[in-house]
Design a protein around this ligand. Sequence first.
Ligand code: F6P
Length: 752
Amino acid sequence: MLRVETTLKYATLGLAAIVLVALAIAPFSKSLIEQWSRYDVEERSRLVYNSIHGPVVRAMADRAWDRLGSIFEGVAQDERILAVGLCDEAGTLVSPSKLMPRTFSCEKVARSEGESFSSIVNDGRKVLVGSFPIVDRAQKAYLVVLHDLSFIDARSGEAQTFLVATLAGVVITVAGAASIVAVLTFRGWMRSLQQAVADIRFGGARVTERRELTPIDMQIQALLREIDVGKVPFETAQIDWSPRTLQDLLHNALPGAEVLIVSNREPYIHNYSDHSHSGATITLQTPASGVVSALEPVMRACGGTWIAHGSGDADRETVDARDTIAVPPDAPSYTLRRVWISEEEQDGYYYGLANEGLWPLCHIAFVRPVFRETDWRAYEAINRRFADAVAAEARSEDPIVLVQDYHFALAPRMIREKLPKATIITFWHIPWPNAETFGICPWKERIIEGLLGSTILGFHTQFHCNNFFETVDRFVESRIDREHAAVTLAAHETMVRAYPISIEWPPKALVGQPSIETCRAEVRHKLGLPADVAIGVGVERFDYTKGILDRMKAVDGLLTLDPSWKGRFVFVQVAAPTRSKLPSYKMLQSEAVALADEINARHGDATYMPIRLIVCHHEPAEVLRLFRAADLCIVSSLHDGMNLVAKEFIASRDDERGVLVLSSFTGASRELSEALIVNPYDTHAMANALDAALRMPVDEQCERMRLMRQQVRERNVYRWAGRMLIDAARSRQRQRILDIAERSDRHPAKIH
Ligand code: F6P
């Protein structure tokens, strides 16, 4: 832009200078031309004098006045010469040519020794009289040559016209040249801008040549630097990710941005303590949900509105007229907006499409997905209800909306339709299967298109991002840019990135926890276990993807492999009932109970029960106490997006003791490589891993635990949210530049 301005400035100055010069020259040009012409005429007069001097002298000597007359007549043939004649000493005009003016008189001819010039007027026209002395013996005369000077006026008029025309030509040429330079420069600026935009979109891959930085480049680079909010510290340095970092990030990179979360599970559930409700008190429950444990600390840090299904039987009693309640109840820092779903809708949307369809579809657990048209319609309707709630709760036109999980695959597009400027970050908390598997879903295209309404779509691992790209490639007409991890559908671009989720550090539930010794003592006391019995734990929702049966079988294998562990090792499985309406879950529960009984019968006796299966919900503080009491923790998921239980176990062990046995089919296994990594389908190997864990020297436990704690501390949930918000900030600023570029295409003058 600066170059365009400079060009135009210099062009204007140049034009002004030309016009000034023209104005200054104009008055002088006439007299200049008169002078030049007069000089020219005088020269011609001299030429005439010199060329006829000899014949004139001879004619005078011969007194041949007729001859003299014809000499003069011949000379006067020249169109510029008006007349020629001879003035004798007495002042008489001798032998004048025909057109000698009547006003001419020899009296007026200067009597001088040398040539002289004077002017007379004849018929209103100026006439130059040149007089040249001619001496012949005793006679002295003056040859007079008269030139009509009227041509001089014509010539100076022509010259002025020519001057004006020339100046006009110069002005037009200069103006034209300036415009061309300005246009070319402006195009150059636009190219710079487009290049910059391409740099952001395509990582500079299309830069073909290196060139010097122009002021325009520098302006654009300043804009780009703004985009790279936190890039350097985030990617290269160790940031202490905390609620404060997240707040600062929001404040600096997304000033004034409004945050809204959409999830199925609410962070706080109000239930009546007694199902009859009569005179019952209301209790508060924190659900066993990875989504909740990850996002609740983020919301406490950022504030905003969390829109979720009001699933508690006392939920309606605790909200205000707008269905909202300030939470957490002990120190409110954000708003929970509850959305109501009828039982019938819940059967279709939650139990049906989400948990009988998408859940088994996305997890490799060999449970057949069920797809029903009625479930799909309910799913669509509930997604729309949540999208409407987002639009109703949003106070700005461009909020940041964090859409959570497989319950809301359609919501991103629906929200985009209502709030086109929103930054929609969708996080898919479960694995994304390969294209072939996903292809069995009857509404695959709709689900993909729904998700591609997002600004950013996140998965836990790159592997799941790759699966998603393949699925899109197979089923939806779109542009996939794998290098820059983006999919463009109907001119809308969605970034697809891996953001490994984590937990808060340190976990809120750790505050006020008793010492490790106290926890061990309490748990042993509660379970009736002697002090020398090693404890293994498993804590999760009672879900077939978690490999609960497989770990029980591994315990069985351990006790079979090395019976010396009988009486010296107990495995405590806490399983929170979940989705119990569904046959697959009911079956799992009964199978698990039967298997526990079978193993206990095989290896136990009246005083020893190797497996303790506790089927009930535990609040986070109770779970942490159990973790702190354990010698080992088993996470044997058959397939898991991340698995936060593994990270919670690590966070709970501030004594740096305890061993984590972790399935290689969890996202967590990519980060926690110091765990004992197992294949839950390989019972024998898992039994050996349990044996190794129980025998692991304390030093080795410390080494492994220290490294894993460092990993979870640094890669905590604030980092997870922070990375997405950084990308959201980049996307918003990128959009700002694209908007500028688009506006300037139509209105170039608006670029400043
Ligand atoms: O694992 C993905 C996830 O969304 C978890 O975050 C959550 O624990 C679970 O699935 C959903 O559980 P529920 O159906 O009980 O809400």
